[in-house]
Design a protein around this ligand. Structure first.
Ligand code: GDP
Ligand code: MG
Length: 369
């Protein structure tokens, strides 16, 4: 199937369209910048130009929407994306809010702000992006697609409660995604808190903290009093330096929807974490089965942002419909292209639904995708 224009392919690779045209010419194809080539040809061209092509899913390949890995010379350092996970009531939200509030200049924008699902802070000149635990469905969906939404997991364990079922689940998620874990032993201000019991219990989960002779970083904190939050941030920076995180900021953007809702006044609002490229107002993007033109981007303070580079989370206004948490986001070249992709995906969703509704078995693939 015809899938992608030469211009869009070039944009995705951060290459010049003329170079793509020249390469096609060598292969005996005389094409212009807005001509469409099929996915297989696009893949061959990308590989010949030194890019690694990752097939996200068969459906994406049919649309020519596969992800093209950037070559090393285009990569630049990017901030770490940190996800806070742990058992319910162990203090994930409190910790997230405490870190953010410790960075909000008093008196600015009313001081303490309401809770938000994703934000970026700066610590000693280093940016760190935090995201709240995505719902389990969203997390599994991301994993199933091979999408990595986080670089580091902060595992919050309440010192008065210890390792609980969702602590173990979070550990399993982090290990399956091959993401390093930093332990935040929380609520140390509380009477009866026992950090060492937490460390001992973690041994059964094969997490050996430094004080137990292992290499898993642990920090005792209190989201309530703010104790040791700076130390936690330092450890995050230390860990991220080891990871040498990089992305190409100079290409069309790709990312992931962290959360989305329909706002009465503003319409669909999606928090998008940019993972590659730079997102800008006016960009046309596709997220799952929805598309939109970026009308405005807002940061965690509600301020307008003109550019969102890799690892930056922004609230995006301008979607036609409300996408879902976990949806992959990609900027495409024009509205027609966006509509085409979205129609294709919505048709797939309808077909799947009708297979289920009619009670017919369908193929296993239809049921699973
Ligand atoms: P989540 O379910 O993991 O997001 O947990 P929350 O952040 O909602 O916290 C659950 C409860 O624990 C709330 O009542 C918090 O006020 C309380 N809490 C969170 N962190 C601390 C802490 O460091 N010390 C104390 N004493 N209470 C805390
Ligand atoms: Mg919470």
């Amino acid at each position: 199937p015809e899938a992608i224009t030469i211009q869009e392919l070039a944009n995705r690779m951060a290459e010049r369209a003329v170079d793509v045209i020249k390469l096609l010419m060598k292969q005996g194809q005389m094409l212009k910048i807005n001509d469409v080539i099929d996915a297989d040809t696009a893949e061959l061209i990308a590989e010949e130009m030194g890019h690694t092509v990752k097939r996200v899913s068969e459906a994406d390949v049919e649309e020519g929407l596969f992800s093209i890995e950037d070559t090393t010379e285009h990569l630049k350092p990017r901030p770490p994306v940190v996800t806070i996970m742990g058992h319910v009531d162990h203090g994930k939200t409190s910790l997230l809010d405490a870190i953010r509030n410790s960075k909000v200049v008093t008196g600015e924008a009313g001081g303490i702000t309401q809770h938000i699902g994703a934000y970026q802070i700066e610590q000693d000149g280093q940016k760190i992006t935090f995201i709240d635990t995505p719902g389990h469905a969203a997390f599994s969906q991301m994993r199933a697609r091979g999408a990595k939404s986080t670089d580091i997991v902060i595992l919050v364990v309440a010192a008065d409660d210890g390792v609980m079922p969702q602590t173990k689940e979070a550990i399993a998620h982090a290990k399956a995604a091959d993401v390093p874990i930093i332990i935040a032993i929380n609520k140390i201000d509380k009477e009866g808190s026992d950090p060492n019991r937490v460390r001992t219990e973690l041994l059964s989960e094969e997490l050996v903290t430094e004080s137990m002779g292992g290499d898993v970083i642990d920090v005792e904190v209190s989201a309530k009093s703010g104790q040791n939050l700076d130390k936690l941030l330092e450890m995050i920076i230390l860990q991220s330096e080891v990871l040498e995180l990089q992305a190409n900021p100079d290409r069309t953007a790709e990312g992931i929807v962290i959360e989305a809702q329909l706002d009465r006044g503003r319409g669909p609002v999606a928090t998008v974490l940019v993972q590659k490229g730079t997102l800008k107002p006016g960009d046309i993007l596709v997220a799952g089965a929805e598309w939109g033109r970026v009308r405005a981007m807002l940061d965690e303070d509600g301020k307008q942002v003109k550019e969102a580079p890799p690892s930056k989370p922004v609230e995006v206004l301008g979607f036609q419909g409300t996408p879902e948490a976990g949806d992959m986001v990609a900027v495409v070249e024009n509205e027609a292209r966006a509509r085409e992709i979205v129609e294709y995906r919505q048709r797939q969703i309808r077909e799947k639904a009708s297979v289920v509704a009619s009670g017919s078995r369908g193929s296993l693939e239809q049921m699973m995708n």
